[in-house]
Structure formats: structure tokens, C-alpha cells
Design a protein around this ligand. Structure first.
Ligand code: GLU
Length: 481
């Protein structure tokens, strides 16, 4: 095989929602190109006007931009093979279609849709697979552009290699005369992508599993057009969490931009999507973009469907957040502060963030994890009554524990995280309680939040005065229960 520079493409259709599976295909095409110092091309496959959804193009661009999947040539960037939008390439398809007509490999389809439907039904009645080529017209009319143009196939066996699926083969029965240009003048995907991949000198066709069964037909068309086959790599489906069916919107998988809006980092999304069905041969689960570029290879993409495990995504996001440097994290949480933080100075916010960061699974968690640093929390007794340990303890005893904590802490002269911790440890000894009881109780009474950073750090940042005030209020509230 000739050694040409690697060129891959991502060729989405503007049909709305950018599924995680689509984006993974784009990411793998991107990584294949970048790994080999090749070129990555963005092509828009917009020849199915009925399925087009307004706003999809901006959406696609925003997804690529968010994950920083930069392309070398593409719809809004131009390049040596522009235009990259199929609807602007109709003349090119006509030119290639004409070649097929001239060589007797394409013909005008003379049948009405009703007639084709009848052939289909007859085949079903006779328990035969429907093949259009069984009904090839003997003397097709000249093609005037108002009827579909069909490929005249040459049924035969095929063997081919797929970088992911391995060695594959098929028999002549799967080869048929498919439409290449529709009656509305637009080419079908089956035709347009082959023309474009050839013209754009794409070396690796990386796409979803739904195209695998059509590959023998594509091989037939490459031959008819005298084109060299590209390398094929078929991406297995992304499956739901149970692994028993293809991931759909109903499985809760959101658009990648929704995840980012909900406080997932773009680098988490990139690493997570890359590891849906790919690994580098080690246990490593989190990769930076550069590591992915260095390590990616199609040969390590697994054949079977990859499970979409949202818990793993959440875990991974927490890890990525923890790895960010403080200033970087600070700049990213701008939109995620609770309203109560409005007008609060940067220095204090930074201190809050440095305490909360280790507990953040998403940036969105910041709000509930920090609100009580900026305003008086609203007491919520459910936090005590539903707490496994605290619900076993009588109200009187809870009040007593809060009182002794308040008394000892109020005597503390030096208010540092260390001195508070020492005092809390002494309180454990004095009350004979476990941390899961005493520390939880003090934490709840001072924050009224389901989670908070380490207790001593929290009290330290709240300050002595606020801590004592809140404990006093907590004592009143628990007593009244
Ligand atoms: N336009 C096709 C899709 O969105 C792309 C298939 C391909 O990459 O060849 O599924």
C-alpha cells in the first residue's frame, strides 16, 4: 500500500443532538490524524434535507470547540478541497455520477415508489430477500435528473480488513443496486461519502457500526469508480450502563455540551469518551489530550460495545477537578458560585474553594458545598433525623453534645485549623463519642449541608464568632425538636 500522509475526517450530519457515540467517532478520527502528524478534516454531510435540524451546525462546531478538537480543513475553515459542505458539492457528485452512467454502471430508476413497494411485498410473500437488482429495467430511460439514479452493481464475494473488527467477508447476496442520486438532486450518503473521501484524499474511514453492513456495497462502488479502498475502522456501539442495548437518550446520556454546562470539565469528557472502548494496554483511565495523541491507536479499540458508565464519568470528573491548579479551577468555577457569594471578595472565595475542591465531583456541586460560607444556612432537621448514627441518639443527648462542643470551642483562644482539630479530638475523649456522631453533629449544626469540607477547616474559615453563633442557634433548634 502506498504511504500517503494520514488524513481522517469527521463527517457529521446536521440532524440535531450530538450523541456521545458520534463524538467518540470524531475524537478517534482526530487522534488517529494527530498521532500520525496527519490532517483532520471536518465535512458536513447535509444531503438529507428532511432530517436537517436547525442550529445543528453551530452545535457541532461548539462541541468540537469545547473539546478543542481542532481541524485543519473544514466547513468554516476552507482548505485545498473546499467546499466541505456536501450541499455545496452537487456538481462534483453529478460529475462522478456521469462517469458511472458513461461506463454503464448507473441507470435511471424508472419505477414509482409504489412499484418498488410492490416488488418488496412480493419478495416477502415468496420468502425471498428483496433485491432491487432483480428488477433492473431492460431499457432504462435516459436519466433526466428527475428520477433516482441507481448504481448497477456487480455482485461478488468480498474480503476486507477492518482495523477494529478484523478480517471480514461477505457474499454476493448482500450486493445490490442502490440509489446514488435521489430525485431531489441530492446524492445519497452511500455515494457522496465515497466521492468526497476520494477527492479529499481521506486515507482512514473511521465511522460507526451502522455502516458496517453496507461496506460490501461500498467496495463494489470503489471498484466501479476505479478508486483505491481507504483503511476502514468501524467503531462499535456505545452501550447503556447495563451493556444490553445501544445507548439512547433515555439512558440519561446527555449531549456533551449539557455535561459541560452541568459542571463536567471538557478534559474529563475527552478522557472519558476516549476510554469508551479504548485503552492503552495498562490500567490507566485518565489521559490528557497530549497523552491520548501520543498513545492512541485504532488497533487497541475493542470490538465489542463499550459501556457508558455515568458513575465512572462522575468519579473521573472529581479526579480531574482535583488535578487542576488552584487559579485554573478558580477561573472555571465563575458561573457556579451560589448567589450568596455575589459581592464577596476574591480572597475569601479562594479560601472557600480550596476547602471545597476535594469534594467537588462536578463544578455544580460548589453551590451546595459553599453556600453556608456566605450566608446563614437554613436549618434542616432532616439531616439529623435521617442520619444513620444521629437518629439513634436522644434529643437531650444531642443538645448536650452541642452544648459541650460550644463551651469548649468558645474557650479556644487561638483559632487555627490545628487548634480546632486538637479541641475536637479532646471532645471525642471527653464525650466518649465517635467522630461519625460528634463531628457530624457539629458539622450539621454549623453548615446545615449534606456535605462539607473537613470540619476543622470549615470551622476555621467560618471564624470563631460565627461558629459559636451557629452552635447556639443549633442548640435552640435541636432542643425545640
Ligand atoms: N454522516 C454520517 C453520520 O453522521 C457519517 C458517516 C461517516 O463518517 O462516514 O453518521
Amino acid at each position: 500500500m502506498t504511504k500517503r500522509p494520514i488524513r481522517t475526517r469527521f463527517a457529521p450530519s446536521p440532524t440535531g443532538f450530538m450523541h456521545i457515540g458520534n463524538l467518540r467517532t470524531g475524537l478517534f478520527a482526530y487522534l488517529t490524524a494527530r498521532h500520525a502528524d496527519g490532517k483532520f478534516i471536518l465535512r458536513l454531510e447535509d444531503t438529507d434535507k428532511d432530517r436537517e435540524v436547525e442550529g445543528s451546525i453551530d452545535h457541532i462546531l461548539l462541541c468540537l470547540n469545547t473539546l478543542e478538537l481542532d481541524y485543519d480543513e473544514g466547513i468554516d475553515r476552507g482548505g485545498p478541497f473546499a467546499p466541505y459542505r456536501q450541499s455545496e458539492r452537487l456538481d462534483t457528485y453529478k460529475k462522478w455520477a456521469q462517469k458511472l452512467i458513461d461506463s454503464g454502471r448507473a441507470y435511471a430508476d424508472p419505477y414509482t415508489p409504489e412499484e418498488v413497494q410492490k416488488f418488496r411485498e412480493d419478495a416477502r410473500k415468496n420468502k425471498q430477500a428483496f433485491l432491487y437488482r432483480h428488477h433492473r429495467p431492460e431499457n432504462p430511460p435516459e436519466w433526466d435528473g428527475n428520477t433516482p439514479l441507481r448504481f448497477r452493481s456487480d455482485p461478488k464475494k468480498y474480503k476486507w480488513h477492518d482495523e477494529v473488527m478484523g478480517d471480514l467477508q461477505s457474499g454476493p447476496e448482500v450486493i445490490d443496486d442502490f440509489i446514488i442520486i435521489k430525485s431531489d438532486g441530492y446524492p445519497t450518503y452511500n455515494f457522496a461519502h465515497i466521492v468526497d473521501d476520494a477527492e479529499m484524499q481521506i486515507t482512514h474511514v473511521i465511522r460507526g457500526q451502522e455502516f458496517l453492513s453496507s461496506t460490501p456495497n461500498y467496495l463494489n462502488l470503489y471498484e466501479a469508480l476505479g478508486l483505491e479502498r481507504p483503511v476502514f475502522a468501524t467503531m462499535p456501539h456505545v452501550m447503556n450502563e447495563q451493556g444490553n442495548k445501544k445507548l439512547g437518550k433515555r439512558d440519561g446520556a446527555k449531549d456533551v455540551l449539557d455535561y459541560v454546562r452541568d459542571g463536567y470539565l471538557p478534559e474529563t469528557m475527552m478522557s472519558f469518551i476516549a476510554t469508551l472502548g479504548w485503552n492503552d494496554g495498562t490500567e490507566q483511565e485518565m489521559f490528557t489530550k497530549q497523552e491520548l495523541i501520543d498513545k492512541f491507536s485504532l488497533s487497541r479499540v475493542q470490538k465489542s460495545g463499550a459501556r457508558f458508565d455515568e458513575k465512572r464519568l462522575l468519579w473521573m470528573n472529581g479526579q480531574f477537578i482535583r488535578n487542576l491548579d488552584s487559579d485554573d479551577l478558580y477561573s472555571r468555577v465563575e458561573k457556579f458560585w451560589p448567589e450568596s457569594a455575589a459581592g464577596i471578595n476574591e480572597d475569601y472565595r479562594k479560601q472557600v474553594l480550596s476547602l471545597a475542591r476535594d469534594r467537588l465531583k462536578t463544578l455544580q456541586d460548589l453551590s451546595s458545598l459553599s453556600d453556608y460560607f456566605f450566608q446563614e444556612p437554613t436549618p434542616n432537621l432532616d439531616l439529623i433525623t435521617a442520619n444513620k448514627q444521629l437518629k439513634k441518639i436522644s434529643v437531650d443527648e444531642l443538645v448536650e453534645l452541642l452544648k459541650v462542643s460550644r463551651d469548649r470551642l468558645s474557650k479556644l483562644e487561638v483559632w487555627t485549623a490545628e487548634s480546632i482539630q486538637d479541641k475536637l479530638n479532646e471532645l471525642l475523649v471527653e464525650t466518649g463519642q465517635k467522630p461519625a456522631v460528634l463531628f457530624s453533629l457539629v458539622r450539621i449544626a454549623t453548615t446545615w449541608a449534606p456535605f462539607s469540607p473537613q470540619l476543622n477547616d470549615t470551622l476555621h474559615l467560618l471564624g470563631k464568632e460565627t461558629t459559636i453563633e451557629r452552635l447556639n442557634l443549633g442548640i435552640d433548634i435541636v432542643s425545640a425538636y
